[in-house]
Design a protein. Sequence first.
Length: 379
Amino acid sequence: MNQKELNELRRRFRADRSAISRVYGCYVNGSGEIISYIDSSLGAMPQEESEKYLGLLKKSLSGTLGKNLIDIVFSTRQVADSEEHRLLMGLRDSSLADSALREAFYDKVIHALDLEGSNYLILLGHDVYDVPYRGKDDEDQADAGDQVFSYFVCCVCPVKDGKPALGYFPGENEFHSCTPGQIVSQPELGFLFPAFDDRAANIYNALFYARKPEQLHQEFIDAVFHTEPPMSAAEQKEAFEGALTESLGEKCSLELVQAVHQELRARIQEHKESHDPEPLALTAGELGRILSDCGADEGQSQAFLAKCGERFGEGAALAPANLIDSRRFEVKTDEVVLNIDPEHSALVETRIIGGRKYILIPADGEVSVNGISVDVTGE
């Protein structure tokens, strides 16, 4: 899925646009026991309550593609005949109305999911979208569509105790301490099935959501989808840094790392400004050429390609936003940590003075320490 397709679905999660008529789910305690079930009509709820349910389901389509939102790919064998794919298709095709299938799904999630003893809510909603035809001018023509996209969304939300607070009691005309009941938090994880690729259903894919990109809940992915878990954004960053340091060895200089960071940051910014709906991705070969352009020799670039192949697999396409933090440039020693605006990272340099290594930063303008202006002339 690309960003345009994702945005198109997200716009549906409103009472006047969505065809989600019921929400289903169950409330699970920290011991993995189902406390209660949800099987409720949105139309019979107060509007504010139905909007809360739709908002939770919509949240499972939020975040960044390739970071919070990960493509789950089923093999041809799984689509042809597998328990996990049959269950997902059965839930979709029954519009979630089959209670036995819902129970089987809940059981699968509860036995696998690790939320460290927290209570949580499993929430499901099914939608049918009459996809409008989109002309060459990128304008929708609602009366010309011939695609119907049937899909469901699942989210898992931690349920936490409310915090004590002062509350107003009208009958007594006074304020007293009160504690709200248990509160449903924003989803920790969720998914969309099937994927909405080329504005049509793709039963070979699902779109998985994780609130924390570094914590993909791989136990959930394995149980529900039974596929090889993808690398999290944090794991991709660690693997990239490892490939870089191992291939460059002692020649991994500050200047070379600066140059690579600036080039990847420039690519990310250009992609953002282009408004290209497709996620930005670079192959290991393209990263190797960037490394060469930044000053690495042929041997180092080839070693880097080999290390990328070991860590990411041959032919992997990598998201630059997962490889670097484009909003920060950090220089760290055993005693000091410097956080520098990436736009000015080139101002930092290294030098050996009197046989000792130094990190130098120009101090031409005003310098302050803890908000206090100081003199750095040494006079």
